[in-house]
Design a binder for this molecule. Structure first.
Ligand code: KG4
Ligand code: ZN
Length: 356
């Protein structure tokens, strides 16, 4: 027994995820990735991702239900990422989630992908303290947020990136350094053998007078690319490990400096770091050091819940169901560029031709 069982579906990029959550507890989750199919193109190919979701959807959902010891009839609600993300990829997940909800006769909830990243932490560390500062660092987004009640109140953006996301910066610099895709984990591995002080890289937007919470990573990316190019022009080998270590240090420094400044300015005692880049060892390490020194509690989800997965979407769904939120209508559509304002994506029916 217990509260409602929520099945969460994630398909916004190259991971097909299904997770099952009940009363804030993770019962099971399964992720299938099409990452290897994109590797030779150096980035996610939307058509390949959508086809892979189509193939993985059924098996991933079945496996998650099996692991939780449940059948579809034991599911009380379905939550699905409806944005932001790749349009075709989102559509496959949404169509699948709709058919499951319809077949089981249960409500459907449209969830914002980034709210999912935030909620992932609750599966490991319990309910979010209100208020808390959340640093979201993923492949497509970098934001510093002030979160009160994740599903009942609007999410306040303290700052966002003005250009590239932190993960994008890792991925692009990894390409210049000749490291494999995806770049973030490759940089993390390469950096272990490097000296972060060997290369002097900038810390964008950290001067007095700069926006304290805005980020910019494109200048850092260019600086790292120029540094690599300088070696190549001289016919010298690029010291990849040093470059990786210095880049990782610069990103971790800027991210944690601003996140801690936000905690101090808003008198918040808990910092939550989520998203794919929260898997980075130096981002985690430096955040730990700086939070400990400032007396701030740091919460970072376990690695498997940092990168895209269905459990995090189920976690938002579970909060929505328990808060009595309105489900989405069956004609809800995807919103590939949805801004993060609320955890639940306002039901967005396809506009009728006459209204357009
Ligand atoms: O949150 P996520 O799985 O997908 C998005 O919603 O974007 O984040 C993926 C990003 C990629 O840019 C990837 O390179 C980065 O997270 N990433 C890392 C690490 N693991 C994943 N970046 C740095 N170090 C890592 N260990
Ligand atoms: Zn993500």
């Amino acid at each position: 027994m217990g509260g409602p069982v929520v099945l969460g579906i994630e398909s916004s990029c190259d991971e097909t995820g299904a997770g099952i959550v009940q009363d804030g507890r993770l019962l099971a989750h399964v992720v299938a990735s099409s990452m290897d199919e994109h590797a030779r193109f150096g980035g996610v190919v939307p058509e390949i991702a959508a086809r892979a979701h189509l193939e993985a959807f059924g098996p991933v959902v079945r496996e998650a239900l099996d692991r939780a010891g449940l059948r579809l009839s034991g599911v009380d609600a379905v939550a699905v990422t409806t944005g932001p993300g790749l349009s075709g990829a989102l559509q496959v997940g949404l169509a699948g989630a709709k058919s499951l909800a319809y077949a089981a006769g249960v409500p459907l909830y449209g969830v914002h992908h980034l709210a999912g990243h935030v909620a992932a932490d609750t599966l490991e560390h319990g309910p979010l303290p209100a208020p808390c500062v959340v640093l979201i660092v993923s492949g497509g987004h970098t934001s510093l947020l002030l979160v009160r009640d994740l599903v009942r109140e609007p999410i306040l953006h303290l700052g966002d990136t003005l250009d590239d996301a932190a993960g994008e910066c890792f991925d692009k610099v990894a390409r210049f350094l000749g490291l494999p895709y995806p770049g973030g984990p490759a940089i993390d591995r390469a950096a272990r053998a490097g000296d972060p002080r060997a290369v002097d890289l900038p810390r964008p937007l950290t001067r007095p007078g700069d926006d304290p919470y805005a980020f910019s990573f494109s200048g850092l990316k260019t600086a790292a690319a120029r540094w690599a190019e300088k070696h190549r022009l001289r016919g010298a080998e690029v010291p990849v490990a040093d470059g990786a270590a210095a880049l990782q240090e610069a990103v971790a420094d800027v991210l944690t400096r601003k996140a801690l400044a936000a905690c101090r300015a808003h008198d918040v005692r808990t910092l939550i770091v989520v998203g794919g880049v929260a898997a980075n060892s130096r981002v985690r390490g430096l955040a730990e050091e700086r939070c400990a020194a400032a007396g701030i509690e740091l919460r970072v989800p376990p690695m498997t819940l940092c990168t895209d997965n269905g459990a995090m979407i189920a976690a938002v769904g579970d909060l929505l169901v328990r808060s009595g939120a309105e489900p989405a209508p069956l004609e809800v559509s995807v919103d590939p560029s949805a801004p993060l304002e609320y955890a639940s994506l306002t039901p967005l029916p396809v506009p009728s031709p006459r209204a357009a």
